[in-house]
Design a protein around this ligand. Structure first.
Ligand code: FES
Ligand code: MG
Length: 574
């Protein structure tokens, strides 16, 4: 914590404290600040616009609104840039850079003199990265999201990224939609500024930030283009100033109880599978873990209440108009820990005691008549996933829930790309497609778990098959798909030794994923397994060496927990 406020916080170490203050003030004066202004508390604004990030197009106006709120409350807003990540612009996958952004955020928040921080993010990996960084830097912080896109229109139909992107692309591949039409659709899927319009990872993480209490109540679902989004930004600046004095820190908000609440709401909104990994990483920064047993218990007692794509019908703009997170929390009230609190210093109980204006039951169902009686996600275990796997039952085909099938194995992403559409591929609809070496160590854990249905089967009308891998999938995707298998193949998890033609059994009822091969045969194959080559320099080498497995959030092993010595190197001013 900053001992002294304003420019005196966290001093540069020249071995002479007074000189450090003198020099800093002198340089700050070169930006045109008066001595009186420099004595005010400082609210940092982590700003993430980028020419490579459409989801953050509105960040400049959000920064302006946050600044207005800080100034009105008597503080000095200072904006600083950090890494910005947008899903479709990063090679090989944005997941590989989430920890880079988290480190950047943590270190810049800690190193620069600020008394509180407002973090502006939105696209899938940015909010988790900012929350991980904020949890570790642990100065008063507020998350502000950019908000979801509004829908576009095509031939009288509403379109929103990115469930409709996949649907139209599937129709184009099947020859149902021609080149002219797919070109028209390309310009209508992402019709406004903001994050993907459905209950994908960005929407899910915005909701999780609100449930954790680190974003303003009611803020998660405000569409990107609405005036209310700017009002929320201004208010985030004002509230950040109030945090300077009452010093609620991320570690006071992100607790075992608030993490469990977030997991429960994740189930109820039928949120993204990726959110399980991100929530584990955020919680892991504060030494909080989520067991697969607890995840399943929460899932089994929490109904799906929200009817949004990819598993339902609506878009985030409908969810917002229907009552948003506040409406969902009220339905789940009896299952939530009501002693958690938010950046306003309000307990969840106090928040939920306030009357709700309106709920649209087309999009937010009641607890008594839910969309589905159980939660959207479950953890699988078994000899093929000793440390677990994730399965989105809400987005899967119930007829495939109990499947025993023959393994059709792809050794890597390259192997998959090369052979999946091969007319000679030996594959039938009741086989199980297996992708290896696409986990965090193997490939940075890309969204490759949504293996395409082999073209020869797609042409026969096959729409879904059991697919398993150590990869992730997009929060906007759907299918009977087991993901995040841990330990992953690249570090010698049992997935590594699955052979073409082995029998595999998925049981959603028993929550298991089993390789039906004798234990003796498995250990023989394991004994022959050798790891692949590793990158030898730079960030990729660091990633490969230190990334942990999905149940631990794919964070770097040296970033989890609070550290034995705290932040010993943080400097004189702390
Ligand atoms: Fe940014 Fe989907 S690409 S939220
Ligand atoms: Mg996504």
């Amino acid at each position: 914590m900053t001992k002294e406020k304003g420019m005196k916080g966290g001093l540069t170490n020249y071995g002479d404290k007074d000189f450090s203050v003198f020099l800093r003030n002198s340089f700050a004066r070169s930006m045109g600040y008066s001595p009186e202004t420099l004595r005010k508390p400082i609210v940092g604004i982590a700003s993430t616009p980028s020419g490579f990030n459409n989801c953050h197009r509105t960040v400049p106006e959000l920064v302006e609104a946050v600044s207005r709120g800080v100034l009105a409350a008597g503080g000095l807003p200072l904006t600083f840039p950090t890494t910005s990540l947008c899903e479709p612009f990063l090679n090989p996958t944005s997941m590989m850079f989430r920890n880079l952004m988290a480190m950047d955020t943590e270190e810049m928040v800690r190193a620069q003199p600020m008394d509180a921080v407002v973090l502006i993010g939105g696209c899938d990996k940015t909010v988790p990265a900012q929350l991980m960084g904020a949890a570790s830097a642990n100065i008063p912080a507020i998350q502000l999201v950019t908000g979801a896109m509004s829908t576009g229109r095509h031939k009288g139909e509403r379109l929103g990224a990115c469930t409709d992107c996949r649907r139209y692309w599937g129709r184009f591949r099947a020859g149902e939609v021609d080149r002219h039409e797919i070109d028209l659709v390309e310009g209508r899927l992402a019709a406004t500024a903001g994050t993907c319009a459905v209950m994908g990872t960005a929407s899910t993480m915005a909701i999780i930030a609100e449930v954790l209490g680190i974003a303003l109540p009611g803020s998660a679902s405000i569409p990107a283009v609405m005036a209310d989004r700017l009002v929320c930004a201004e208010r985030s600046g004002t509230i950040a100033m109030s945090l300077v004095n009452c010093a609620i820190r991320p570690s006071d908000l992100i607790t075992k109880h608030s993490v469990e609440n977030a997991l429960r709401v994740l189930m109820a909104v039928s949120g993204s599978t990726n959110a399980v990994v991100h929530l584990a990483a955020i919680a892991g920064r504060l030494g909080i873990s989520i067991s697969p047993e607890r995840l399943n218990q929460i899932s089994d007692e929490t109904p799906v209440l929200v009817n949004l794509k990819p598993v339902g019908e609506g878009y985030m703009e409908d969810f917002h108009a229907a009552g948003g997170v506040g409406a969902v929390l009220r339905e789940l009230r009896h299952l939530l820990h009501l002693d958690t609190f938010n950046v306003l210093g309000q307990t969840l109980q106090e928040r939920l005691d306030e009357p709700l204006e309106w709920v649209d039951r087309n999009y937010i169902y009641s607890f008594k008549t839910p969309v589905s009686p159980v939660g959207g996600l479950i953890a699988l275990s078994g000899n093929l996933a000793p440390d677990g796997a994730i399965f989105k039952r809400a987005a899967a085909t119930p007829e495939l829930f109990e499947t025993e099938g023959r393994a059709v194995v792809f050794e890597s992403l390259a192997d998959l790309a090369e052979r999946i559409d091969d007319p000679d591929l030996d594959v039938e609809p009741d086989d199980i497609l297996v992708l290896k070496n696409a986990g965090p160590v193997g490939a940075g854990m890309p969204e490759a778990g949504y293996l395409p249905i082999p073209r020869k089967l797609a042409k026969r009308g096959v729409k879904d098959m059991v697919r398993i891998s150590d990869a992730r999938m997009s929060g906007t995707a759907f299918g009977t798909i087991a993901l995040h298998i841990s330990p992953e193949a690249a570090i010698g998890g049992p997935l590594a030794i699955v052979h073409n033609g082995d029998r595999i059994r998925l049981s959603v009822r028993e929550k298991t994923l089993e390789l039906l091969v004798s234990e003796e045969e498995i250990s023989d194959r394991m004994a022959d397994w050798r790891p692949g080559s590793a990158p030898d320099r730079g960030y990729q080498a660091l990633f490969h060496r230190t990334v942990n497995q999905a149940p631990h959030g794919c964070d770097f092993d040296f970033l989890t927990g609070t550290g034995r010595n705290g932040n010993a190197l943080a400097g004189d001013g702390r």
